[in-house]
Design a protein around this ligand. Structure first.
Ligand SMILES: Cc1cc2nc3c(=O)[nH]c(=O)nc-3n(C[C@H](O)[C@H](O)[C@H](O)COP(=O)(O)OP(=O)(O)OC[C@H]3O[C@@H](n4cnc5c(N)ncnc54)[C@H](O)[C@@H]3O)c2cc1C
Length: 545
């Protein structure tokens, strides 16, 4: 362990090499890389505990319950865990295998997605027929390199050149009628870009026949927020292919175990994390920045990485005297959206007993999996359409996770901790407010589980509801958007959150970097923007001393 450094005091506050505003996992990852490189770094976090939407608390006696995320699908495809040697700081993942299931219908058994492709195809064949099973095998072969290229692009600054290089050679010539080397290459690239820009629904209709299978994959793809009718959502479904290479991981002890390991790593490298005192302004002072917190404390630093919501960063800059007209323009360009969903956290006396499961499952059944409780895409369309006009979904689309079956430490013996995520729920209701609507909406979410696992509702002992309004209040997720700003294609890659603010920098604010879900590559547990911002800082220091 390295002792925390004692920073020198200046008229503008304690001097640090770098200050990170926001101790979500992206801010912590940025801090960890800087501390590892010997920088004197401090994280300023508004909340009483670090981690933001990657944190786990005891909500009910003896139950460890996630406050935000539960399943880590992306970060295990990155260099972050190894670079920071987080295993040495206590982080351990259980592979989620099965990694997903789609419940049985009246006419077909549940579809179970295993890491093993053969086992998955066997399940698809039983539920959807031999043609879709063969199509899924080919789909995985086609989309695995593409999804890997997307992941590659996620951990690099987003530029057209890098993006193009990541996808070189991944197009399909099969449907191109073009001839000659140049013609074929051009056709290949055009086919690829058309498929990447396609709506997820179009992708599914192209590949598969069974609505059961299409519904499950569409619901998997819709986890980022946009509906699968939106352009550019095909890769969100294609990402499923990569789950046969590295499945989603469940951090032992809860999602917050990632944060605990990062906190340990930062402390070991002499970094500081200060919680419970939000930043209230970021002000340019000569060649330095002054970051002031609500308690009146000040930090003086050449480098700030702002890893909170981008609208919060704009507020902090405005409070520090940044040009208000420019801030207002940027603010108007950023689309936060109308809210994505809500979470219901439960303590139960039993695991849900889903109907129609195959009998070749491991001892933990499907409880390692994302329960994709949607068997027809009309369910998704209705939920999304209702939310668009401020109404509750007629039936919420639910992801059910019962990880205490694979990590028994999450709940007292004989009890279980269940996380339910449900879409779409509008942040602003057309009638009434969330304080009144929350309980009924939560009932509807639990009823969806009960529909596929009869008797589940009676097993509920404890319930904690997080409406979109609660997610904003507790986690600072403006508008209840768990991805900070919409993950629509016009706000991804070199357009996230806006072309001006892309590149993890703010024009006219030298030394101020952006990270967090508001920036490329967006929300979810990736750590990517923290990784990219930290490397941008380190590269800059190497160039300018
Ligand atoms: C209910 C829910 C379920 C989810 N499920 C999953 C899942 O299963 N898998 C998955 O991959 N993703 C999931 N997500 C999404 C994912 O967790 C988030 O997109 C991701 O964690 C965002 O991380 P971040 O570090 O960018 O931002 P955040 O976690 O939002 O962190 C930003 C931090 O900044 C702090 N802050 C704000 N204002 C200030 C200020 N003025 N001064 C100092 N600090 C400030 C906040 O308190 C917060 O800690 C879920 C999210 C939620 C909420």
């Amino acid at each position: 362990m390295t002792a925390p450094r004692t920073p020198s005091a200046t008229p503008h506050g304690l001097r640090r090499d770098a200050v990170i505003v926001g101790g979500g996992h992206n801010g912590l990852i940025a801090a960890a890389y800087l501390a590892q490189a010997g920088r004197d770094v401090e994280v300023l976090e508004r909340d009483a505990i670090p981690g933001g939407a990657v944190s786990t608390v005891e909500r009910f006696p003896g139950h460890r319950i996630d406050r935000g995320s539960s399943a880590h699908l992306m970060i295990r495809h990155s260099p972050v865990l190894d670079d920071l040697d987080l295993a040495a700081h206590g982080l351990r993942y259980i592979d989620c295998d099965p990694w997903a299931f789609v419940p049985a219908t009246d006419s077909a058994p549940a579809i179970v997605f295993r890491t093993d492709l053969d086992a998955t195809c066997a399940s698809i064949e039983r539920s959807c027929g031999a043609r879709d099973a063969a199509a899924y095998r080919e789909f995985v072969a086609t989309w695995t390199p593409r999804a890997a290229a997307v992941m590659d692009a996620f951990y690099q600054p987003a530029t057209m050149g890098r993006f193009g290089r990541s996808f070189l050679g991944l197009g399909s010539t099969a449907s191109s009628a073009r001839t000659g080397v140049i013609g074929r290459r051009g056709g290949e690239m055009l086919n690829l870009t058309a498929e990447l820009m396609a709506p997820g629904d179009a992708l599914l209709d192209r590949w598969f026949d069974s609505e059961h299978l299409k519904a499950g994959l569409a619901w998997f793809g819709a986890q980022s927020g946009p509906p699968m009718s939106a352009p550019g959502t095909a890769p969100m479904i294609g990402f499923a292919a990569l789950m046969h290479r590295i499945p989603p991981g469940r951090a032992v002890g809860g999602s917050g175990a990632l944060t605990d390991a990062l906190v340990s790593r930062i402390g070991a490298d002499g970094g500081q994390i200060s919680c419970g005192d939000p930043a209230v302004s970021i002000t340019r002072c000569g060649d330095h920045w002054r970051v002031e917190t609500a308690s009146g404390d000040r930090r003086c630093t050449p480098t700030v990485i702002s890893a909170c919501h981008v609208l919060t960063t704009l507020d902090l800059l405005a409070a520090g005297g940044f040009d208000p007209a420019t801030i207002e323009r940027w603010r108007r360009d950023i689309v936060v959206g109308t809210g994505i969903g809500m979470a219901v956290r439960l303590g139960t006396t039993a695991l849900p007993e889903y109907q129609g499961l195959p009998d070749d499952l491991p001892a933990h059944g499907v409880h390692s999996a994302l329960g994709l409780l949607v068997t027809d895409r009309s369910h998704l369309v209705r939920a999304h359409s209702a939310a668009a006009v401020g109404e509750l979904p007629p039936r919420p689309a639910v992801v059910a996770m019962s990880f205490s079956a694979i990590d028994p430490g999450l709940a007292p013996e004989g009890r279980h901790a269940i996380n339910l995520w449900a879409q779409w729920h509008p942040y602003r209701l057309a009638a009434g407010d969330w304080a009144d609507a929350g309980a009924a909406a939560a009932e509807a979410v639990c009823a969806e589980v009960d529909r596929h696992a009869p008797g589940f509702a009676e097993s509920i002992d404890h319930r904690f509801v997080q409406t979109p309004a609660d997610l904003e209040e507790e986690l600072g997720m403006i508008g209840g958007n768990i991805m900070h700003v919409e993950m629509s294609i016009d706000q991804m890659f070199m357009w996230r959150p806006t072309p001006d603010l892309a590149g993890h920098r703010v024009p006219g604010a030298d030394g101020l970097f952006l990270a967090g879900a508001s920036t490329h590559p967006g929300g979810g547990v990736t750590g990517a923007s923290g990784y990219i911002a930290a490397h941008a800082v380190l590269r800059r220091r190497r160039l300018f001393g």
